[in-house]
Design a protein around this ligand. Structure first.
Ligand SMILES: Cc1cc2nc3c(=O)[nH]c(=O)nc-3n(C[C@H](O)[C@H](O)[C@H](O)COP(=O)(O)OP(=O)(O)OC[C@H]3O[C@@H](n4cnc5c(N)ncnc54)[C@H](O)[C@@H]3O)c2cc1C
Length: 380
């Protein structure tokens, strides 16, 4: 077999249990989980670490827990805990804190470096700078030859070529949404992720270090540029004025991509490749880490249906929330009513955030919570 170059210190894995295309967070988490579960794993990625990517860089509390379960450790000075979410819409401000553990704001490059370190520690076979060109019998064709594996995993992101090649692609969503991110060298002004709302565009401000904040802008419509979009938030632009820009703008989109299924034969999809609707709830990483552990469990049981069921269950709540938020995002009056309700009823916001953070089940919203929410949305 002609395969990719691997570090000289380690022999290539002849036929790994998992052959993973994509060494982003989802692919690396899957490979680490596989090794922890006694399986061998090879990761192929066309880029080289640490890999950067457009992302809001806020990891929800449950995702932080999964990172710990994978044995991924971030150096003490890296990242910044965030304790909740603050919505801002003009003069309206609504905020709530997580009931339990905090989330983590962390630069993608730092997160990626920590995942790579852990993957090396558990002896994942890592092959950077290897572009996958197509599916082949028992594996994939790469620019370095054929590589095979017992199971093939597509962890190759939003526009997943593996999903396309395997015929699992579904038509993209009708609503076109895009994202772009930039970093500023300045101290965070809050220990919450701030979401600033304007008509058709949202700005996510995440503290990522003692002296750095990330700003991710999400919008509907056509392609645009960071500065044009930021100008829609004069108060935020003023706060950032004068701060040194510490990264190059990186954009992504259209964001909505869902597969018909997350598996076929001995091929499984994970992370954004397994379906991405929108970044509006900021939990793509969290979902990817949950999926990674479930995927390995399914491979160990030789039962991909188990994984498909897990993915459906896992996605139910986030997708419902995403659709709700996108619905109000397109209706400014409704959006402002929602934020006013959350501002007036902080306990209700806390309950919703606890559900979003998977700390409480959806039923904990209760009839009274649903009633208050509905009343807030219809009142003039
Ligand atoms: C603007 C924006 C803001 C976001 N904000 C948040 C947030 O605050 N919190 C959060 O949790 N999530 C957020 N997300 C989502 C999050 O970034 C993704 O869910 C996450 O990056 C998914 O990781 P992944 O490993 O599936 O994909 P990726 O990180 O895209 O990794 C895919 C990898 O596959 C490799 N690859 C692709 N094709 C090939 C090929 N042919 N051959 C070899 N390698 C290949 C790529 O090089 C890449 O390294 C945001 C997304 C966007 C766009």
């Amino acid at each position: 077999m002609s395969g990719p170059t691997v570090p000289a210190s380690r022999a290539p894995v002849a036929e790994p249990d998992l052959l993973i295309v994509g060494g982003g967070p989802a692919g690396l988490a899957t490979a680490i989980a596989a090794r922890q579960g006694g399986l061998s794993a090879t990761v192929l990625d066309r880029s080289r670490p640490p890999i950067d990517k457009p992302c809001g860089e806020g990891l929800m509390p449950a995702g932080v827990g999964k990172l710990e379960a994978l044995g991924v450790r971030l150096p003490e000075a890296v990242g910044r805990a965030f304790r909740g979410i603050r919505y801002r819409d003009g003069d309206l401000v609504a905020e709530a804190e997580f009931p339990g553990a905090a989330g983590l704001g962390v630069r993608r490059t730092a997160l990626h470096a920590a995942l790579v370190r852990r993957a090396e520690e558990v002896e994942v076979d890592l092959s950077w700078g290897t572009a996958v060109r197509g599916l082949a019998s028992g594996g994939v064709a790469t620019d370095r030859g054929l590589v095979t594996g017992r199971w093939l995993v597509g962890a190759d992101g939003l526009n997943s070529p593996v999903r396309r090649w395997s015929g699992l692609d579904a038509p993209p969503g009708r609503h076109r949404r895009f994202g772009v991110r930039r970093h500023y060298r300045r101290a965070p002004w809050t220990d919450k992720v701030e979401v600033w709302w304007a008509d058709g565009v949202e700005a996510y401000v995440t503290p990522v270090a003692a002296r750095e904040v990330g700003v991710a802008l999400l919008w509907s419509g056509d392609k645009s540029r960071f500065d044009l979009l930021l100008a829609r938030f004069p108060a935020l632009a003023e706060r950032l004025a004068g701060a040194e820009v510490s990264s190059r703008d990186k954009g992504a989109g259209p964001l909505h991509h869902r597969p018909r299924r997350v598996w076929c034969d001995r091929l499984l999809l994970v992370g954004d490749a397994a379906g991405y609707v929108d970044a509006i709830t900021g939990e793509g990483l969290d979902l990817a880490f949950h999926q990674a552990l479930a995927l390995v469990e399914a491979v160990r049981r030789d039962d991909p249906r188990h994984y498909a069921r897990f993915c459906r269950r896992l996605a139910r709540l986030p997708f419902a929330l995403i659709h709700l938020l996108l619905f109000v995002e397109r209706r400014p009056a409704l959006r402002r009513r929602l934020i006013r309700t959350l501002a007036d009823e902080p306990r209700l916001f806390e309950r919703l955030l606890a559900i979003h953070a998977r700390d409480r089940p959806p039923r904990s919203l209760g009839l009274d919570g649903a009633w208050h929410l509905a009343r807030g949305l219809v009142r003039p």
